[in-house]
Ligand binder design. Structure first.
Ligand SMILES: [Cu+2]
Length: 291
């Protein structure tokens, strides 16, 4: 290791996460957003390229999901919004079509599925360009979706980078099933780096479960539900999900959670681009403990 490397200068081993004191005193740009059903959120229109932290809370216990995305070259904002509308609908053929088209039309950078318990933070590396912010809860309603435009300008600043405690991978297994590579224990106020690989979008949300619920039970429950067969028992869930919103493959972000300690399933409700079923219904769930 060269003595000139930042890690050496800070007295750290390669690969070690630097303590905050070693990261200098430049702060990360932070955007505070409060979402609610009765009032559309506000957001800045211009920021400098770099790590940008979206600290997102909720004024109510309804489902809200901030998403930051861009439009791919040769495609349009209208195409991406239409894909999201399809993907967030209740029709399996439509959700599959939306997922298939979205992968080409736009790039989802990630965001926050809110919790009324506390704000949570998605830190996204945003290079120069035009981005759009929406609330997934506003799709497929009689009123049009409010789209916020964010111009990101200047040279990319990769430093400082937010710290993280663990890593969550989201990918397709060799047999084509959506899966997580993730720990089974997290701090309820911890941070993780999340990345997506493969040819589908994913999300990393935490959904609280009843005591004793296992991954096998969740799988059995969804299999019966989707087949229209008698359910094996009560719903595994005690609430809706909260956490890191959908992200395109090839992207990465750092998420800082803040949820009540307890038993959850890490899950992904992005629809399959083949069946239209949410990935969680195809096995993309993992029981975890938040300490
Ligand atoms: Cu997924």
């Amino acid at each position: 290791m060269s003595a000139a490397s930042p890690a050496a200068a800070a007295g750290a081993h390669p690969g070690q996460v630097l303590p905050s004191a070693a990261r200098g005193h430049k702060s990360i740009q932070t955007v505070d957003i409060t979402m609610s059903t009765t009032r559309q959120f506000t957001a800045p229109t211009k920021l400098h390229a770099g790590w940008i932290t979206f600290r997102v809370g909720s004024a109510d216990s309804d489902y809200h999901a901030l998403e930051v995305f861009r439009v791919n070259p040769g495609h349009t904002l209208a195409e991406v919004l239409h894909d999201l509308q399809l993907g967030l609908s209740n029709d399996l053929a439509a959700t599959a079509l939306g997922a298939r088209q979205l992968i080409h039309d736009g790039t989802l950078m990630g965001g926050v599925v809110t919790s009324p318990y506390a704000p949570q933070e998605a830190s996204l590396p945003l290079t120069r360009g035009t981005y759009y912010l929406v609330d997934f809860a506003e799709f497929n309603l009689p009123t049009p979706v409010k789209v916020h435009t964010l111009k990101v300008v200047g040279h990319m600043r990769w430093f400082p980078m937010p710290r993280f405690d663990s890593v969550i991978g989201m990918y397709m297994s060799p047999d084509g099933m959506p899966v997580f590579a993730a720990p089974t224990d997290f701090s309820a106020t911890g941070s993780f780096l999340v990345y997506g690989q493969g040819d589908e979008l994913h999300e990393a949300v935490f959904r609280p479960i009843h005591a004793g619920v296992t991954d096998q039970y969740i799988s059995d429950f969804y299999t019966a539900l989707d087949a229209g067969k008698p359910l094996p028992g009560p719903s595994p869930w005690t609430d809706i999900q909260h956490g890191f919103n959908a992200m395109s493959p090839g992207q990465f972000a750092i998420f800082h959670m803040n949820l009540p300690p307890g038993q959850y399933a890490l899950a992904c409700y992005v629809p399959s681009d083949e069946t239209g079923l949410a990935h969680a219904h195809m096995g993309m769930h993992q029981v975890v403990t938040l300490h």
